[in-house]
Design a protein around this ligand. Structure first.
Ligand code: CA
Length: 389
């Protein structure tokens, strides 16, 4: 079997409502799928992390830089191809866009392996510890509203996510430490006393600000505090972990085993959030997972993007070994975006129906036992939302 073509599909549409996180507001939803075509009629699908114009740069890397390195090769030689691409790109980017681009290609190669063998990715990487996973719904994105109005929006939205059946929820912060604490108080009011909620800062604080917000979040019994400081500030993460009781989560902006080694060795995180569509694909995710386990750090995957990313993560979560294990092990959760996202809800020929399953099953979703990750994009949908570049 040979790789015949490596193709990027960038999808985009205008959101009905502008949404934001601590770094920016955005008006468009973007998706970036990678299709690897073989000479035997089998096609694999992957996805690259990277919204907006970053997706355009990643498309060029996928099609013009990586494709020539792997064209005509056996797609089942996943690791050989991974290392060839990484070695050739090492001088030009050990993190960021080259690795995001490689991630989408690698996921597609795993999908091909699944289709060739008839096995799901969860079976291929070691088997299924669980047939269903609990789902947390994130929402409470920033809007350009006055704090008073935004507090009400957050309180209502948090209550709605809880009543939709999700097992936990996650909010954004980023207006400033004092305002952010008020937003977190609103979310706690919305979900009531016994429901877990998490807080995602997208690295908008200094260490001092993060200590202030973190202490308030401890009072509110928030479950984790995500990306409180810049991902480069490993000493800042260490300080927060020493001084705060709340779980410190992060890692979505870290890449490859070499980047993750530093985060984990320095004990920066209580909860590691590897992003498979960014850190180097499934091949590299498995190595990062081994590192996290070697450092006894709990893993709850970061999930963002289309139904291909969600389906891939479902497979990974099914195969995630409990750490440290026991009769009642701590279960991982699927991260799920509750905001408007056609690329997650309407992209596939057979939709995942996450929201319906969550509502029916007390917050859980079944892991499909299908070849590969099982996500097959609808060609007409791809054409309709294609961004021409
Ligand atoms: Ca995040």
């Amino acid at each position: 079997m040979k790789i015949k073509e490596v193709k990027s599909h960038i999808l985009q549409y205008d959101l009905k409502e502008e949404l934001g996180y601590s770094q920016q507001y955005y008006q468009k939803r973007t998706g970036h799928l990678v299709e690897v075509v073989t000479d035997e009629g089998i096609t694999g699908w992957g996805e690259c992390f990277g919204p907006g114009n970053v997706a355009i740069a990643n498309k060029v890397i996928v099609e013009r830089v990586i494709q020539p390195m792997i064209l005509g090769e056996d797609p089942l030689n996943r690791d050989v191809l991974w290392h060839r691409v990484y070695n050739l790109l090492r001088d030009h980017g050990q993190k960021g866009m080259p690795i995001q681009a490689l991630s989408g290609v690698d996921i597609a190669l795993w999908d091909i392996l699944g289709k060739v063998t008839g096995l799901s990715i969860s079976k291929l990487i070691g088997g299924r510890f669980r047939e269903k996973v609990p789902v947390y719904g994130y929402g409470m994105m920033l809007r350009r509203e006055k704090l008073l109005v935004l507090k009400d929006i957050f309180e209502d939205e948090a209550a709605a996510i809880k009543s939709a059946g999700f097992v936990a929820t996650k909010m954004k912060v980023g207006l400033g430490p004092k305002q952010d604490v008020q937003l977190a108080e609103a979310v706690r009011r919305g979900v009531g006393d016994d429901f877990p909620f998490m807080v995602d800062a997208n690295h908008c604080y200094t260490v001092d600000q993060a200590l202030y917000v973190g202490r308030a979040l401890e009072e509110l019994e928030a479950y984790w505090f995500e990306e409180p400081v810049a991902p480069e500030d490993l000493v800042g993460y260490q300080e927060l972990r020493t001084q705060l009781k709340i779980n410190i989560a992060g890692g979505e902006a870290e890449f490859t085993r070499w980047g993750w080694r530093n985060l984990l060795e320095k004990r920066c995180l209580d909860i590691a959030q590897p992003e498979v569509c960014a850190l180097g694909g499934i091949s590299e995710y498995l190595r990062v997972l081994a590192l996290a386990q070697a450092h006894f750090t709990q893993v709850i995957n970061h999930v963002w993007g289309s139904a291909v990313a969600v389906a891939t993560n479902l497979q990974l979560l099914a195969a995630l070994p409990p750490l440290p294990g026991g009769i009642h092990p701590q279960e991982p959760m699927l991260e799920f975006d509750t905001t408007d996202n056609k690329f997650r809800d309407d992209l596939l020929t057979e939709p995942l129906n996450i929201q319906r399953q969550v509502a029916k099953s007390g917050g859980h979703v079944g892991v499909p036992d299908v070849p590969g990750h099982g996500a097959e994009p609808n060609r007409e949908f791809l054409e309709h939302f294609a961004l021409e570049v």
